[in-house]
Design a protein around this ligand. Structure first.
Ligand SMILES: [Zn+2]
Ligand SMILES: [Zn+2]
Length: 267
């Protein structure tokens, strides 16, 4: 079985202290074929410290490890880029400066406001907050070309407290379909992110219906990521994802080298 984790953070991210050595050992121990290290590059976030990986140190370190371990595991130089539509040009410059294999497009903040903070939800109904989030995702997809997949597409349910827990998918289905269609037109993909299981949501992001619709619309590019910030969480709850993909007859997952996609047979 081809198992790869395409979303893992290390001590190079502002919110992780995990050593790369521990991460790689764990990935080998559980038999991963590929491992993408995707540390955070988030900036221009009001009230939140910038989460900017030091690329001058990070890139050579990952490239070194890639070489050292290449016989046992294929390590990918990745990045989780916090996209905001006004940062399109800057993003392009940074991403193209380094030989990334894989870039996650993430919306963590909108108009500089961190969506995990109460400020984003203040004076908004759930419909307004969730609508604003999906609009920002669409704006970023339109503003950027230099990414591989869109990460945790509907993870906004994680934030805002009880009142915002239930996302009314029907109300937002048009924009969700527009997002999926744009992703497909741009030859990008989506990520299935299992961190929802760690956040008490008992599900992966995006929800099953969105993943199914993505395939119905003709999408093919898909990766699976744990969003682990600790070695022990690598590939967590992947069984649920692989079982689900099998149930909808998906036979391939994607692999990236220097941001070129290829497909790997799961079984
Ligand atoms: Zn993220
Ligand atoms: Zn992440």
């Amino acid at each position: 079985m081809f198992i790869s984790d395409y979303h893992v953070h290390s001590e190079f991210s502002g919110d992780s202290i995990e050593k790369l050595e521990n991460i790689i050992n764990r990935a080998k121990e559980i038999g991963l074929k590929e491992l993408a290290i995707t540390d955070h590059y988030d900036f221009d976030m009001k009230n939140t410290p910038d989460f900017m990986v030091n690329l001058e140190k990070y890139v050579p370190k990952i490239l070194d490890l890639k070489e050292i371990h290449k016989k046992e595991i294929d390590i990918k130089l990745g990045l989780e880029f916090g996209m905001q539509k006004h940062l399109g040009e800057l993003g392009k410059k940074i991403i193209n400066k380094y030989p990334f294999d894989y870039v996650l497009s993430s919306v963590h903040s909108i108009e500089t406001i961190d969506v995990s903070l109460p400020e984003f939800f203040k004076n908004k109904s759930p419909e307004e907050a969730h609508g604003k989030y999906f609009q920002a995702v669409l704006d970023c997809i339109n503003a950027y070309d230099d990414f591989s997949v869109c990460s945790h597409l509907d993870f906004i349910t994680r934030y805002g407290g009880e009142k915002f827990k239930n996302l009314d998918y029907k109300k937002h289905w048009d924009i969700i379909e527009t997002i999926l269609n744009r992703i497909i037109e741009k030859n990008k993909g989506i990520e299935i992110n299992t961190s929802g299981f760690r956040y008490g949501e008992n599900r992966f992001y995006p929800c099953e219906d969105i993943v199914k619709r993505y395939f119905q619309l003709g999408g093919e590019i898909i990766t699976i990521g744990s969003d682990a910030h600790k070695a022990k969480d690598i590939a967590m709850n992947f069984k649920e994802v692989y079982d689900f993909l099998e149930s909808i007859n998906v036979k391939y997952i994607s692999s990236f080298d220097r941001r070129e996609v290829s497909f790997k047979k799961i079984k």
